[in-house]
Design a protein around this ligand. Sequence first.
Ligand code: AHR
Length: 512
Amino acid sequence: MTTFTRLADGAPTSISVYPERKLSKIDDNYLGGFTEHMGRCIYGGLYDPENPNKDLIDEHGFRKDVIEAMQELKVPVVRYPGGNFVATYHWLDGVGPREKRPKRPELAWLGVESNAIGTDEFMKWCELVGTEPYLALNFGTGTLDEALAWLEYCNSAQDTHYANLRRHNGREKPYNVKYWALGNECWGAWQVEQMTKEDYSKKAYQWAKALKLLDPTITLILCGENGTANWDHYVLQHCLKPEPHALGGSNTATLIDMHSIHLYTASPSPVANALAPLAAERAIQICASLIDLARITNGVPPSVPRTKICFDEWNVWDPARAIGSEGAEEKYTLSDALAVAVWLNVFVRQSKDIGMANLAQSVNVISPLMTTPQGLMKQTTWWPLLLFSKFMRGGWTVATHVSCPAYEGETEPAWAQGVAEMPWLDVSAMVGEDGWVGLVVVNVHLSEKFEIEVEGVGRGGVEGRRYVVTGSKWDVTNTEQKQEVGIEESSWDGKGKTTFLPSSMTMLRWKA
Ligand code: AHR
């Protein structure tokens, strides 16, 4: 958590870090990814067998450079196969001999789905990357029977039909998929089989019961909206309750393990753009209260751990600018990179309530990573993501305090300015198991630098490192030819004042 004192413009600013005050454990799953059958994410992103440059492709047809990039990020978990795509997806179409798999019209993005990649290929890709799969169930045209069959196919060690089908398809051992989503954005007008909150709650609860009877070890994720909607309130009230029948009388669990919410941010105004994730922070806080309210209303015993939020789609995206049915290939600016840094700061600050978060998406579609026939292009947003992935994991959120002036203009969404503080410096900090502290300061001001002595570093200085992500102007982008935005690394001794440049993200690291 970061507390904030608002100062007048020009007043001396300060940042204090308290590494000894560990507030909450960070779940590294906040660095999760998402791969949907959409645009060039799966076909052309993960899987590119026709690429003439054979050095880029492994024996399965996967892009080696994409796998290496995911490994560099140490992506802990990847959501699949959608997204909106999942509302008409029949998993059985995507298993067994490839040549026999049916091609289907695809109704989310209006393409044709070849089914060349399905469950077994995705699991293989996850194994190669070293990440955990997170599967979303079809709540549109799918049935409970199909969902149970998929769970059996993936997780069962018994001598039963779908477990045997998996063996027949070449995989003896169960995959033991832990994370399963009960649908995706079922509230949305764009969904095949859009539902009312009443219909969704009834169906989700009954599906959850059956799925947990088949495999009580799974983690089930309820489909929420944005954390502040009536939908969130209602589905939590109706699904987050004690369930002694399906859980063998357990008083340490409920059927629902996490509550999913989604938000994409974007604004043509660079400061509003960079600060827009602060709306998500408020949404997380409100959603956590809705979770508590459901516990109180429904008498969930204290022995049941608090349901966490699964922010399983987040990013900078303007769907009018990068149209979904055209592949949503956003070109990210420095301002977008700062927004991603603020998003990640939000997850670190709110780690008490975040069980998982998934950047939407991992490759090509609204992604930091773009495949070309020759290799990989790293967009501006790759660099803050890389720094968080390398250094802001495996530890605890620590208390910080920032005193600085604040932005007072219009925000995106407009309500954010009324319900959240908008400091020019967005700050988070953590301490790892190894005692290393990471402090991230995003200066969203377009022209003003801040010079600050960071308090809490320790007398006499440290042997620390400084990483800065910035560029010549807020709207620069990276191209195949030129990386306008990257990371500048230097040593940092913690003595005296540190400069935080305009339009920059700075990460400082030192051993406490
Ligand atoms: O990530 C792109 C799309 O955005 C997803 O398919 C959908 O869930 C959301 O609306």
